[in-house]
Design a protein around this ligand. Structure first.
Ligand SMILES: *[C@@H]1O[C@H](CO)[C@@H](O)[C@H](O)[C@H]1NC(C)=O
Ligand SMILES: *[C@@H]1O[C@H](CO)[C@@H](O)[C@H](O)[C@H]1NC(C)=O
Ligand SMILES: *[C@@H]1O[C@H](CO)[C@@H](O)[C@H](O)[C@H]1NC(C)=O
Ligand SMILES: *[C@@H]1O[C@H](CO)[C@@H](O)[C@H](O)[C@H]1NC(C)=O
Ligand SMILES: *[C@@H]1O[C@H](CO)[C@@H](O)[C@H](O)[C@H]1NC(C)=O
Length: 437
């Protein structure tokens, strides 16, 4: 009995020891597995071909604590893929870029990944096929500063698409297919300064669409299909300095269209179809320095038009159907044209001739300025005031003479104050567009 008891005890002891050892092994193995899977499950160390997404981590000290990652989408990846939780392994990312390869399919904003990145400052997505940006798509990120979504075939922006991005200063939506900007899209973006939506399919901008963007400085809406602007289109943009509406379908500008833009300095309306501008269309633009209306269909420049915008130093009216411009209509801005950096482009008959009239010295066309500018003006005036050269005041400025000849060759008329009946003898002359057809 004793002997067998001992034997049993021994057996039990052995079994116990073996059990403990096996347990230790298992534990060690599990620990090793865990470490391995942790390493594998790092966003920065995933094997490229197997993964739907391959991220190259560069900034910081990858594979730990990387600050910058570029993620390539080779195949399809879904919104709910487990890969998005891996972004939690790199919470220090400040710059993140998604690039979709030609065979890749990427149809959404990866909100599930973004919510792990509390330090993200710059996000860029390119070549995706994102039809729609859903509400709160950017996970209410308060760290995000720059968001670039160019070339993603975006068609619609849902309400609150960019909401709660409280530190965002720059948003680029260029080269998509956005058709409409609704009133409730750009909300809660208190720091936004630059908004770019050029090269889209925009034809509708709801009234008040920008009303929450009180600190916006730069708005680019060029190369779209915008045809109607009202005073309320730009409501709320009290700090806007630059507005680009070139290459749209605008045909007329009504009274007070820009009157909400108290401090606007540059307005680009080139390449539209503008035929009609109400007298008070630019009223309220008390800080406007640069106005471009070239490549439109203007036939007349009404007398009062520039009255409200007497701060203009750059004016471009080329490529319109203007026959004449009276002294009265440009009188409000004449004093500004004495500024060395000012220019006033009136009309061009063709590229060739334009170059012929170019002032070589400054390397740019400077037509009216040259005629208005102090010394040269006097020369021409005396040269052409009544069509005859006055011998006592010889033309000294060869450049000016060259320009004068060019104007004559083109058959343009040069009128002076006398002819207009508004000015006295030796005041500046004005060149008038039009000429031989
Ligand atoms: C990663 O960041 C954490 C928290 O900021 C820090 O404690 C850790 O030392 C960093 N590791 C490396 C390898 O830089
Ligand atoms: C963002 O905020 C909205 C409402 O304020 C909330 O419904 C939504 O769940 C938030 N999203 C995230 C990812 O935190
Ligand atoms: C937002 O920007 C301010 C100023 O640049 C900065 O101090 C703050 O930390 C930012 N907020 C977040 C959540 O990153
Ligand atoms: C652009 O908008 C028009 C309607 O304004 C629509 O008919 C057309 O299909 C849109 N084009 C694209 C490429 O989305
Ligand atoms: C000429 O225009 C420039 C640029 O707008 C401005 O900084 C400068 O003060 C002007 N010069 C004069 C003499 O008004």
């Amino acid at each position: 009995m004793r002997c067998s008891q001992r034997l049993i005890l021994l057996l039990i002891a052995t079994t116990l020891w073996m059990g403990v050892t096996a347990n230790n092994w298992k534990k060690k193995e599990r620990k090793r597995d865990k470490l391995k899977s942790q390493r594998d499950a790092n966003l920065c160390t995933m094997e490229g071909n197997a993964a739907a997404l391959h991220c190259v981590c560069v900034g910081g000290s990858p594979p730990v604590n990387t600050t910058s990652a570029e993620c390539w989408v080779f195949t399809g990846v879904s919104k709910d893929h487990s890969i998005w939780s891996l972004f939690a392994t790199q919470p220090h990312i400040t710059q993140l870029k998604f690039i979709v390869r030609p065979q890749g399919l990427f149809t959404f904003i990866p909100t599930k990944g973004l919510r792990h990145l509390n330090h993200l400052k710059e996000l860029q997505i390119m070549y995706a096929t994102i039809n729609e940006i859903h509400p709160y798509a950017f996970a209410n990120s308060s760290s995000l500063r720059e968001l670039t979504l160019s070339r993603n075939q975006i068609v619609s922006l849902d309400h609150h698409a960019f909401a709660h991005l409280t530190n965002l200063t720059e948003l680029s939506l260029d080269e998509n297919r956005i058709a409409e900007i609704r009133r409730d899209v750009f909300v809660d973006l208190p720091r936004l300064q630059k908004l770019y939506a050029a090269h889209n399919n925009l034809s509708v901008i709801q009234e008040g669409a920008f009303r929450h963007l009180a600190h916006l400085l730069d708005l680019e809406l060029d190369t779209n299909y915008i045809s109607v602007l009202t005073r309320d289109t730009f409501t709320g943009l009290g700090e806007l300095k630059k507005l680009d509406l070139s290459f749209n379908k605008i045909s007329m500008l009504g009274d007070l269209t820009f009157s909400e833009l108290w401090v606007l300095e540059e307005l680009n309306l080139e390449n539209n179809q503008i035929e009609l501008i109400s007298d008070r269309a630019f009223a309220g633009l008390n800080h406007l320095r640069k106005l471009s209306l070239s490549h439109n269909r203007l036939a007349v420049l009404s007398r009062g038009l520039l009255g409200g915008v007497s701060t203009i130093i750059h004016l471009d009216l080329r490529f319109n159907s203007l026959e004449t411009i009276t002294y009265d209509s440009v009188q409000p801005i004449i004093p500004n044209l004495r500024n060395e950096s000012s220019y006033f482009y009136i009309a061009e008959k063709s590229q060739e001739k334009r170059e012929g009239c170019m002032e070589k010295k400054r390397g740019r066309l400077n037509t009216l300025k040259s005629r208005i500018g102090e010394r040269k003006t006097r020369n021409w005036e005396e040269e052409t005031g009544d069509g005859k050269r006055k011998s006592k005041d010889k033309v000294k400025n060869a450049e000016g003479k060259r320009l004068m000849e060019c104007i004559e060759e083109n058959g343009w008329q040069v009128l002076n104050g006398n002819k207009q009946g508004t000015k006295k003898g030796n005041e500046p002359i004005l060149a008038i567009a039009g000429g031989k057809q």
